[in-house]
Design a protein around this ligand. Structure first.
Ligand code: GUN
Ligand code: ZN
Length: 425
């Protein structure tokens, strides 16, 4: 057993419906075999457990491990392609890199870079957009398992519009998805996600094949993109003769284990459809800004009761840090004036941790309640960094968390734990 002594922050109750930030300034978490067995003030926890070793995490903030609900594994080396809207960026930056993963050795190196980057940033659970090639997805599952990451991912499917070397047939898509799901779904912390890239690159047959896979793979997850860019939306509506959300609904692809990324340009009937089916939405603020996709209508999502959580959308997004994602998410609501949702630091932490854990049904993590598994990230900058100067001068605990989002970065993450095992620091 270990007692972690730190300033502990979490959001066990949804702040969008009355929850508040929970904090212990000089807190103690008792962890046994990866499970939090007691929490409270450090003084109380140590008094009750006087013989347990103490890990001192001074001068920073201990937060629940981050949950990234939308991040592309093959794009870890393609971050920073600025200056283009979605479809041009895909063609020039993302897809040429994704094609390189046809080489299994290249894919193994990329999987290693990807998992290391996630852990370095403090992400301990993720719904990951996989690759178009079976061995490349296998390499990702293998690498994630070695770290203990709570990963959900799958083979990316497309049969039109993209470059030829990323296209497949419905038969190959079904066979490859089954092969990977059989090997990995439910193994350790891995889960399988059926992953058509987006309606634009999938024929009705491929969407139907995705629906078939959802029926055939036990407890399968589903993920894709929706309503990201105005030009893309127009093309999808023309091809399918439905709304963008409708193109998924038609094939039974919405539901409690489905997560669609972006939804920037959602129409009211689409929001109602997402709410009715309890489909989750991954909000990716840095990507929406970098690709000029638009301002996410968070207020409308909340009004419809749609579950929303943060995703980084690397490499359309500009990095793995949930601090940066949170700050950009805050900016984008601020920029909408009265149409934006006013976000407090507690909202940002919730969207980066508990909301994602709930969306991905990783109930075992997401906050530091007794009984949860210990996935954690310790933000601790260098002593002379602006981050530490500001944490030392925080007005109160909410202000300290605001400073964490304003100034935090993956390089300022001093420690990361998954299931009680230290994987960074
Ligand atoms: N739509 C289809 N593919 C992608 C992708 O790789 N990134 C983003 N942001 N949107 C997409
Ligand atoms: Zn994406």
């Amino acid at each position: 057993m270990t007692i972690y002594r730190a300033t502990v922050l979490d959001t066990p109750q949804d702040p969008f419906v009355g929850g508040t930030l929970r904090s212990e300034q000089d807190g103690g978490l008792l962890v046994r075999d990866g499970v939090i067995t007691a929490r409270g003030s450090f003084a109380d926890i140590q008094r009750d457990n006087p013989n347990e070793p103490v890990e001192h995490l001074d001068g920073g903030l201990l937060l629940p491990g981050f949950v990234d609900t939308h991040v592309h594994y093959p794009q870890v080396r393609a971050i920073g392609g600025l200056g283009m809207p979605l479809l041009n960026w895909l063609e020039r930056c993302a897809l040429p890199e994704e094609a390189r993963l046809a080489d299994p050795a290249y894919a193994e190196g990329t999987a290693d870079d990807f998992v290391r980057s996630l852990v370095h940033a403090g992400t301990t659970s993720a719904l990951v957009f996989g690759a178009h090639f079976v061995p490349a997805v296998d390499a990702l599952f293998t690498r994630a398992a070695s770290t203990g990451l709570r990963i959900t991912t799958g083979l990316v499917l497309s049969d039109r519009i993209l470059r030829d070397d990323l296209l497949t047939t419905t038969d190959a898509a079904i066979a490859g998805s089954h092969e990977l799901a059989k090997r990995w779904n439910g193994t350790g912390r891995a889960r399988y996600a059926v992953t058509p890239r987006f309606s634009l690159s999938c024929s009705e047959d491929m969407m139907a094949a995705s629906g078939q896979l959802m029926q055939e793979i036990p407890d399968a997850w589903f993920t894709s993109h929706v309503n990201e860019n105005i030009a893309e939306v127009a093309q999808v509506e023309q091809l399918f003769g439905t709304s963008y959300v409708g193109s998924y609904e038609r094939h039974g692809l919405l539901g409690r284990r489905s997560v669609l990324a972006h939804n920037v340009h959602a129409k009211d009937d689409e929001l109602a459809m997402l709410a009715r089916t309890e489909t989750g939405v991954a909000h990716c603020p840095t990507s929406n800004a970098a690709l000029g996709s638009g301002l996410f209508p968070l207020k409308q999502h909340l009004e419809h009761g749609i579950r929303v959580a943060f995703g980084t959308d690397v490499g359309g997004g500009t990095g793995f840090s949930m601090f940066k994602e949170g700050l950009q998410g805050y900016f984008m609501q601020q920029l909408q004036g009265p149409d934006g949702a006013p976000l407090t630091p507690a909202h940002l932490l919730y969207l980066a941790t508990s909301a994602g854990a709930a969306m991905l049904q990783r109930e075992e993590v997401g906050d530091f309640s007794v009984g949860k598994r210990f996935d954690a990230v310790w933000l601790r900058g260098a002593d002379d960094s602006a981050l530490q100067v500001n944490l030392r001068n925080a007005l109160d605990i909410d202000n300290a968390l605001a400073k964490a989002f304003a100034l935090g970065s993956d390089d300022a993450v001093g420690g990361v734990w998954i299931d009680g095992n230290r994987v960074k620091g």
